[in-house]
Design a protein around this ligand. Structure first.
Ligand SMILES: Cc1cc2nc3c(=O)[nH]c(=O)nc-3n(C[C@H](O)[C@H](O)[C@H](O)COP(=O)(O)OP(=O)(O)OC[C@H]3O[C@@H](n4cnc5c(N)ncnc54)[C@H](O)[C@@H]3O)c2cc1C
Length: 563
């Protein structure tokens, strides 16, 4: 058996770790990494971070690897010291500089490789080898990988761990237009004007930190509160965040279960049993009950009593009303204070913790929701989940508050129908309808798209033969009631369609995969050889992807069928 892994970031590391845990050496593995370093992937290397960027998880929340971050800091003083982290001041409850975390991951990867060697498992790493295509050779039961320099490698099975993918549309064509804030060194220039940012969550915070550090400086006032001072050379610098609902991300708090009850994912047998009772669908309400309400009932009975009779929609509305009724930065300050208390008392804000668990647990069975439930999820639950599980780190929130208090950070609500119009000679017009119903068109010389990693469509996969040979298919979810589907069609929803057998489907982003991340073609045939673990391409069936914890969980499933 010869296995090829595309990408050498955290996901590839989890897959290799799982393979090693099998204790076998009767197979071979080749890893292809386009850069010259393993482990750090995109977010924890200079592709995705500078010194000012931090993780949103702390040392104790990281899935088990070879050494804990704390022990690693002890063994790597000089690297850690360069980020002002020492054995003495290391706090496993605090988030980490992303570049430092990348160094940690990189070394963990090398420990895994060393272990493979000791076990006699042959692993070859092809550095600086960018795979440009994947060909499924069904007739000879092989998969070919083709590199940019046109070398061809043949395997029995392939796992795609190519990770983040930020396509460029206007960047480098329209001056002042950035399709994403990555790599962040492109934002290190002085900006003497208002900068428009689309998005108000973690990606926006990344942009905001780089921009603010390069146009001014943070310090502490006499009460120990962070304040911001602009550079003299850029008096007009200001950041304007634009968000659909005018909400800012919730602040990180103390987690009661640092690994967020990752064992709470519904057992496949339970999923099968429930689906059998519901014409093949898994009801969203069932998952909400099992992975949210039950946890609250056991751990916070008072809160449970308050919400137990509410529908999912009513619960979300209740939680959103508080957010919507309080000005965003006032709420941010209040949540910051609440999070400080939570951390000091080591007491979780439990409903938020449960929501993170629900979001993680929903990933695997979401493909069995009906289209009606998937639409409910997208419309109702996901907006709340997205805000709550962002877990904005304290440090970043302090900077946001300092910028806001200095009058240099604003948030505008742009609703669902806003448009960005790029201007050939530079900049953009932001068109939206404001909260009073007025049409607004604002010009900005600099625009940064910070909506986060988009869920990409199946035809955006950067391996053309997978699409040309129809090895993969566009993900879709069936409606349980054709009459409901028809109302969407009649209402002009372009994502709802009727197939040749008369069944109605909802198109969702990405490709079709099974429970083991194997790709599925248009005829519904599972491809036993190709596994897709790159999250941008499975966003439809995997609506919440949760970072490293996803990598740990998905790799376990993949390895079950890989060998
Ligand atoms: C800015 C940012 C911050 C984040 N912060 C956190 C966090 O704090 N905590 C958390 O849990 N999660 C975080 N995440 C989520 C993140 O997805 C995961 O933590 C993790 O990076 C996923 O690893 P990956 O290997 O799937 O993808 P990536 O990290 O993107 O790594 C993919 C690797 O594959 C290589 N590659 C890609 N294409 C090819 C190709 N065609 N040929 C060869 N090599 C290729 C790349 O060079 C890269 O090394 C963050 C994500 C972003 C974008």
């Amino acid at each position: 058996m010869h296995i090829g892994i595309i990408g050498g970031g955290p996901s590839a590391m989890f897959v290799l770790k799982r393979l090693i845990e099998l204790g076998r050496s009767d197979f071979r593995v080749d890893i292809f990494e386009k850069k010259n370093k393993l482990g750090a992937g995109m977010p924890y290397s200079d592709e995705g971070a500078r010194a000012e960027h931090i993780t949103n998880v702390s040392g104790n929340e990281i899935p088990d690897l070879f050494t804990t971050v704390e022990d690693w800091v002890g063994m790597n003083h000089s690297v850690a010291n360069s980020y002002d982290i020492t054995v003495k001041n290391f706090n496993e409850y605090k988030v980490l500089p992303r570049l430092l975390f990348g160094e940690y991951l990189s070394q963990q990867f090398s420990f895994i490789l060393a272990k493979a060697e000791r076990m006699g498992l042959k692993v070859i790493v092809h550095y600086q080898t960018h795979i440009k295509d994947i060909r499924d050779l069904a007739a000879i039961n092989k998969v070919e990988l083709i590199s940019r320099d046109n070398r061809v490698f043949s395997f029995n099975k392939v796992v795609v761990c190519s990770g983040h993918y930020w396509s460029k549309h206007y960047e480098d064509i329209v001056p002042g237009y950035f399709d994403s804030p990555y790599p962040p060194h492109k934002l290190t220039h002085l900006v003497n004007q208002s900068v428009a940012i689309r998005g108000a969550s973690l990606t926006a915070i990344d942009a905001l930190r780089t921009l603010s550090l390069n146009n001014g400086s943070f310090s502490l006032d006499e009460h120990g509160k962070k304040i911001y001072r602009l550079n003299k050379d850029c008096p007009k610098f200001k950041i304007i965040l634009h968000s659909r609902n005018g909400l800012l991300p919730a602040v990180r708090f103390h987690l009661e279960d640092s690994h967020l009850a990752k064992d709470s994912v519904l057992d496949p047998k339970e999923v099968e049993h429930v689906r059998a009772q519901h014409h093949g669908f898994l009801p969203l309400d069932y998952v909400y009950q099992r992975n949210f309400l039950e946890g609250l009932k056991h751990n916070r009975p008072d809160f449970y009593e308050l919400i137990k009779d509410l529908s999912l929609e009513d619960f979300v509305e209740l939680m959103m009303i508080r957010r919507e009724d309080t000005p965003a930065f006032e709420l941010l300050k209040a949540e910051y204070a609440e999070a400080e208390r939570s951390i000091a008392l080591k007491r979780s804000v439990y409903w938020k913790e449960m929501l993170a668990i629900l979001s993680f647990a929903m990933n695997y069975p979401a493909k069995y929701f009906s289209a009606e439930d998937m639409l409910r999820l997208q419309k109702t639950l996901m907006p709340l989940i997205a805000i709550v599980i962002a877990f904005a780190p304290q440090d970043s929130v302090e900077e946001m508050i300092a910028l806001y208090d200095a009058g240099l950070l604003d948030l505008i609500t742009v609703g669902d129908k806003s448009q960005i119009e790029s201007v050939k000679d530079g900049g953009i017009y932001y068109h939206y309808i404001d909260e009073t119903g007025q049409k607004v068109s604002s010009y900005y010389e600099t625009f940064i798209d910070c909506i986060g990693q988009p869920h990409l469509n199946y035809d955006e996969i950067p391996f053309p033969s997978l699409i040309a040979d129809q090895t993969v298919s566009a993900a879709k979810i069936k409606f349980s009631d054709p009459q409901i589907a028809k109302t969407y069609v009649n209402g002009g929803n372009k994502n709802v369609y009727c197939d040749t057998t008369g069944d109605y489907y909802l198109k969702v982003p990405g490709i079709t995969i099974d429970d083991y991340f194997r790709v599925i073609n248009n005829s519904g045939e599972i491809n036993e050889k190709i596994f897709m673990m790159a999250v941008p391409f499975i966003g439809g069936f995997n609506p919440d992807y949760s970072g490293l914890d996803f990598g740990e969980a998905a790799s376990a499933r993949i390895v079950e069928k890989l060998i």
